[in-house]
Design a protein around this ligand. Sequence first.
Ligand SMILES: O=C(O)CCC(=O)C(=O)O
Length: 205
Amino acid sequence: MLQPSLFDDSALGAELGELNALTRTPLTQGAWVDTAPGWLSGSDALFERLVDTVPWRSERRQMYDRVVDVPRLVSFYDERAPLPDSMLVTSRDSLSAHYARELGEAFVTSGLCYYRDGHDSVAWHGDDTGRSRTEDTMVAILSLGAARSLLLRPRGGGSSLRFTLGHGDLLVMGGSCRTWEHCVPKSKRPTGPRISVQFRTRGVR
Ligand SMILES: O=C(O)CCC(=O)C(=O)O
């Protein structure tokens, strides 16, 4: 059950903030992250709609040399698939317009992950399937619902950076982000549900 954010006023409808106020944090090897806390205000109603309307399925994922169950639900919309909510279209198009010059192409696919509670998680991994294995790209993550930690570390280990993401927060990984890995660890504290929406470019997973 989602505890609404004190700052969420879904009754007024969801509204996107300015992307000009993004904070960029340079990482190593030409990777970086942009963050915009509360980018989508009034997002709790969108969270509830997505819980009900998205065709969630369980996930198996290649982790090094094994395929393992991932404790979270997922749904993937390729570039031809209609998105389940017009607010996702608005968010994706706004990100595409903002990053057009730097990225050189649009965000076209949407991957949704549903962490039902603190037991759900995803282990360290990189988004390195397809073109992102060798090319610089961007992955924009819009977080809805309860806040969870997203950790980033250089591929192969090193100290990690922690971002706490929920209730409309935006985080964009860019540059050589393939040289970094990320994870959402389990939480021992009682934790509400979170949905992560990842917008990617063509041929990137
Ligand atoms: O939950 C998140 O925001 C991270 C999603 C993620 O790591 C992925 O699916 O690649």
